[in-house]
Design a protein around this ligand. Structure first.
Ligand SMILES: Cc1cc2nc3c(=O)[nH]c(=O)nc-3n(C[C@H](O)[C@H](O)[C@H](O)COP(=O)(O)O)c2cc1C
Length: 324
């Protein structure tokens, strides 16, 4: 058993978190991660209303009695209208133990969350934002490296640099994200000062991830060079699958496209259509470089069991290397 301040704080067996994933992090995946001893976050921006989010929370509760959280992503590009405030209301009313926030400073919501006893874990792509999160009262931070699927920020600093720097400078627990997928990477995250890992891409390829098999097949075959970073020109860098939509966005940006021009290609609803139809070239689909290290589609239980067993074995092997 690997115990850290994060497993204690969240009352979970293993220091493994499933990050927010629009359209994918729903009851099936989140409950499977919870039942396997990790913690998953239902992604609020997958829902068009507070009532829909509430219904998904109830559905998840029917599938697990273990703790799970809600991700509230506050990036303007993927928000279907401004539902941020109502999503936080649902989190508080439903007694959700923890939120993962991302995209913007969650300070306006801190007092509401604290009053309801909800732990706040804020996800950031840079050490300076991690300090800010600590200062506003976050209970932990997730630090994402440039390898990550989704939004790596604008500084292009990988996990091997941003993680140990944040872990050294902060007092609150730091959770590693961006490039983690197996026991070796969990062990390395712990060695670098993290108290848990949060994964997106690895769980995107889980059996319980509700996307068309064409995407899963693509992921199993993809190399670490099969993602690209787009949307830098609108200061919203995003690491996504290298597909026709991604190439279109890159070409449009090179030609000086504005956010309005790009929206028909980058809008979240196009991604949903792609996941459902199985058209892997439709829509911009977040995906991390670690896709090049994923070779099999496994259940969340198999993924988590394997990571924990392998990490424990590696830690013991490393310990044995030290001479007395
Ligand atoms: C398909 C996909 C969708 C994502 N959607 C969201 C999202 O809606 N909100 C969010 O905060 N992060 C989102 N992320 C980022 C993940 O929560 C996590 O930070 C990231 O995947 C970690 O890096 P990794 O992909 O190397 O594991 C998404 C990631 C992926 C792969």
């Amino acid at each position: 058993m690997i115990k850290t301040r994060v497993t204690e704080m969240l009352n979970i067996q293993h220091p493994i978190l499933q990050g927010g994933m629009q359209w994918l992090a729903k009851a099936e995946l989140v409950s499977a991660v919870a039942n396997a001893g990790g913690i998953g976050f239902i992604t609020a921006v997958s829902f068009a209303s507070a009532a829909e989010l509430r219904a998904e929370i109830h559905k998840t509760r029917d599938m697990t009695d273990k703790p799970f959280g809600v991700n509230v992503s506050m990036l303007p590009a993927i928000m279907p209208g401004d539902l941020t405030e109502t999503f936080f209301d649902v989190v508080c009313e439903e007694g959700i133990p923890v939120v993962e926030t991302a995209g913007r400073n969650p300070e306006p919501y801190v007092s509401k969350l604290k009053a309801a006893g909800v732990k706040l874990i804020h996800k950031v792509p840079a050490v300076r934002f991690a300090h800010k999160a600590e200062a506003i009262g976050a209970d932990a931070v997730i630090v994402v490296g440039f390898e990550c699927g989704g939004h790596p920020g604008m500084d292009d600093v990988p996990s091997l640099i941003v993680l140990p720097k944040a872990a050294r400078e902060l007092r609150i627990p730091v959770i590693a994200a961006g490039g983690f997928c197996d026991g070796a990477s969990l062990a390395s995250a712990l060695a670098l000062g993290a108290e848990g890992v949060l994964m997106g891409t690895r769980f995107m390829a889980a059996k319980e991830s509700p996307m068309h098999d064409n995407f899963k097949q693509w992921m199993v075959e993809a190399q670490e060079t099969d993602t690209m970073v787009v949307e830098r020109s609108i200061r919203n860098a995003a690491r996504i699958m290298k597909n026709e939509a991604a190439e279109t966005v890159a070409r449009m940006e090179a030609e000086g496209a504005t956010l309005q021009d790009l929206l028909p290609v980058i809008a979240g609803r196009v991604g949903r259509e792609a996941y459902l139809s199985g058209d892997i070239n439709l829509g911009t689909i977040a995906c991390g470089q670690v896709v090049g290290r994923i070779h099999e589609i496994k259940s969340a239980q198999e993924i988590i069991d394997e990571i924990v067993n392998d990490a424990e074995g590696i830690i013991q092997r490393l310990h044995a290397l030290v001479s007395q």
